[in-house]
Design a protein around this ligand. Structure first.
Ligand SMILES: Cc1cc2nc3c(=O)[nH]c(=O)nc-3n(C[C@H](O)[C@H](O)[C@H](O)COP(=O)(O)O)c2cc1C
Length: 209
């Protein structure tokens, strides 16, 4: 096991993977450790589906491409097939990974918060709090997955572009209607060695008062 700081510094978003299959036990080990992440009121709202079937990956990639065709303007690609194809690639390259962890969350219905609404708090404020609790808990578990996978020699990439087709993906994977897609994490032995992306200087992001 490497030092935590080494693992953090070594991790990159890896988007090309060797074909080598990933033993199920490795994925189980990654999930088993990653769920030691904290979660708001220990709700452990995370759920995972591991996709290895090529036909399912292809079907999902197709659904994402179709969705992106509806909104080229978002990416300034309305008259530019090259740009749109590149966006599509950054949204669908997971299909060439030996395994993809589809990460879901079960949103907090927040029934006790009705009492705050009764006292005049706006629905937006309450939803903001509940959504942030879920979102931050999910970020914690996802980052754990990336770091544990890195420590085991796997490359991964945190992906949210697949969310453009979240409804279609939830249907293809046949998950419970309470599960909402949070992210995709393709993983495999790295077949590229990406350069480190720059980080902002500390002075710009840190203040002591
Ligand atoms: C919430 C989130 C969503 C992301 N979605 C995508 C994605 O859909 N496709 C992609 O290629 N990279 C995606 N990334 C990867 C980022 O582009 C990458 O983390 C960033 O450029 C920094 O590079 P590094 O991870 O190698 O340090 C995402 C990262 C995060 C945290």
């Amino acid at each position: 096991m490497a030092e935590l700081s080494e693992v953090i510094l070594k991790r990159r978003s890896v988007r090309k993977y060797k074909k080598e299959l990933i033993p199920r036990e490795d994925i189980e080990e990654i999930i088993k450790l990653s769920v030691w992440a904290p979660s708001a009121i220990n709700r452990q709202m995370w759920r995972f589906v591991v996709i290895t079937e090529q036909s399912i990956k292809d079907q999902i990639a197709e659904a994402i491409s179709k969705k992106l065709d509806e909104i080229p303007e978002v990416f300034g690609a309305e008259n530019n097939k090259e740009v749109l194809d590149s966006i599509k690639w950054f949204s669908t390259f997971f299909k060439d990974a030996p395994a993809v962890i589809a990460v879901f969350y079960i949103p907090d219905e927040g029934k006790p918060w009705q009492k705050a609404l009764d006292k005049g708090w706006t629905e937006k404020k309450v939803v903001d709090i509940l959504y942030n609790q879920d979102l931050q808990s999910m970020g914690a578990v996802i980052q754990n997955i990336l770091l544990i996978a890195e420590d085991m020699g796997y490359g991964t990439c945190w992906m949210t572009m697949p969310l453009v087709a979240s409804k279609e993906i939830e249907k293809i994977l046949g998950v419970d209607s309470s599960w909402k897609l949070a992210a995709f994490i393709p993983m495999g032995r790295p077949d590229e060695d990406p350069q480190a992306q720059p980080r902002l200087p500390l002075e710009e992001i840190l203040k002591f008062v």
